[in-house]
Design a binder for this molecule. Structure first.
Ligand code: NDP
Ligand code: HSE
Length: 438
């Protein structure tokens, strides 16, 4: 008699932590696609419980018998797989650690936690000999974690550049097409359900910084946390900035830029990670990423340039990425294997934003008198910043100078802007933005 039959029908027990935007769709897919998932994995999955915070909340399509508010008990009740879609640091961190300690493999979409304390989670997974997968943590449905962790792991990645926050891309795209200001566009995005009632994580760049930290850790085989990421949100982007960008054939995008720098004189290579709004030429592929979509470019030594594009948020797209991980982790488990763990052997230093070489676009309101241009040009020269183009718009009280610099260290550009603000001939520095992608 073969023992294959009972083994093949013994289900893998799955616990889901969180049943919000993502969790609801994860549960729906686990239920609706149960037969296909069984065929793909080689075993059925049995949903043993769903942890939530509010027991009494209406949850259409969710079996109430599966719901519990005791997440700690659920992760300690013999699950083979735990799916964490609560978000935030605690209790998600402790629940994941408990699950791993109890021998469960974990699938999570939690970028904030991974970017803050991923190494603790990886160490716990390693010690338990189980998987920690997180495809959904960056760019929703777009497969970008697995390509970095597996497909491209034999190559040398030199840069990862992307639009990794759908909410800010939606807002900037709307501002570009409507000419409206930031505040009214944010309200519209909230009314349409693109932005959260508390939009801080998105508009202040925390979400993108967490994703940039995860991407650079994987790409450059070093530990990068969200605290290492230089971050500027989009709250100061004005309709003037958007119009200035348009006038020079650019579009404003919130970009995440992860670069491997050097080698320096000692042969050392560092990692530079930043997220901020930037002007991008309209012919650049990132410029055409509209609405709440995401796109990620990877530049590597041998493969060259690769682009990944798709929906970066939302319940069903994110659940797709979660389920992909669930199938992979379940297959690994049945083979008694585990997928890749943390790869941080390179231990690279993090560069300061001051040393990053960037270009700036500046709009200045100036007094329209003889010699102004020379005074301003001298200010740039004093800081060693070379001017690429200067354009004057308007006359008299309306005189505007639009200046684009050549690449220079960010510190020199910032110091130039500070000095310009102190000049008598400069009425106001109306727009300052980095220019990327040329
Ligand atoms: P939601 O806020 O919609 O859902 C969170 C869920 O967690 C809710 O069901 C909530 O319960 C539950 N929860 C909160 N605290 C506890 C607790 N202490 N114990 C048990 N359950 C708790 O979040 P999302 O679904 O939007 O996000 C989940 C994760 O997915 C986050 O890490 C997020 O960053 C990530 N993600 C989200 C994307 C998206 O588009 N939304 C895209 C990519 C990743 P209750 O329902 O009772 O309030
Ligand atoms: N709030 C994020 C975004 C989705 O707007 O892209 C979750 O990462």
């Amino acid at each position: 008699m073969s023992t294959a039959e009972p083994l093949a029908t013994t289900p893998l027990k799955v616990a889901v932590l969180g049943c919000g935007t993502v969790g609801t769709e994860v549960v729906r897919l686990l239920t609706d696609s149960a037969d296909d998932l069984r065929a793909r994995i080689g075993r059925p999955l049995e949903l043993i419980g769903i942890a939530v915070r509010r027991a009494g909340r209406e949850r259409p399509g969710i079996d109430p018998a599966l719901l519990t508010t005791d997440a700690e008990k659920l992760v300690s009740s013999g699950a083979d797989l735990v799916i964490e879609v609560i978000g935030g640091i605690e209790p998600a961190r402790n629940l994941i650690l408990t699950a791993l300690k109890n021998g469960a493999s974990v699938v999570t979409a939690n970028k904030a936690l991974l970017a803050q304390d991923g190494s603790t989670l990886f160490a716990a997974a390693e010690e338990a000999g189980v998987d920690l997968y997180f495809e959904a943590a960056v760019a929703g449905a777009i497969p970008i974690i697995r390509p970095l962790r597996e497909s491209l792991v034999g190559d040398e990645i030199t840069a990862v550049i992307g639009i990794v926050n759908g909410t800010t891309n939606f807002i900037l795209d709307k501002m570009d097409t409507s000419g409206a200001g930031f505040a009214e566009t944010l309200t519209e995005a909230q009314d349409l359900g693109y932005a959260e009632p508390d939009p801080t994580a998105d508009i202040e760049g925390f979400d993108a910084a967490a994703k940039a930290a995860i991407l650079s850790s994987l790409a450059f085989h070093t530990r990068v946390t969200s605290a290492d990421v230089y971050r500027e949100g989009i709250t100061d982007v004005t309709s003037t900035d958007i119009a200035s960008a348009k006038a020079m054939g650019c579009v404003v995008k919130a970009v995440a830029i992860c670069q491997l720098t050097g080698p320096d004189a000692n042969g050392e290579r560092a990692v530079s990670v930043r997220t901020h709004p930037a002007m991008i030429p309209r012919h650049h592929p990132l410029a055409s990423v509209g609405g709440a979509y995401n796109a990620v470019f990877v530049e590597s030594k041998s493969a060259g340039r690769l682009m990944f594009y798709g929906p970066g948020a939302g319940g069903p797209p994110t659940a797709s990425a979660v389920l992909g991980d669930v199938v992979t982790v379940a297959r690994n488990r049945l083979r008694g294997a585990a997928g890749p763990g943390e790869s941080s052997y390179a231990a690279r230093p993090i560069s300061s934003i001051d040393t990053v070489i960037t270009r700036y676009h500046l709009s200045l309101e100036v007094t329209d008198v003889a010699g102004v241009l020379a005074t301003i040009a001298n200010c740039f020269a004093d800081h060693g910043v070379s001017i690429q183009t200067v354009r004057q718009q308007g006359r008299g009280a309306d005189a505007q100078l639009v200046i684009v610099t050549h690449p220079a260290p960010d510190a020199a550009l910032s110091a130039t802007v500070e000095s310009l603000r102190e000049l008598d001939v400069v009425v106001e520095v109306t727009s300052v933005m980095r220019v990327e992608g040329e």
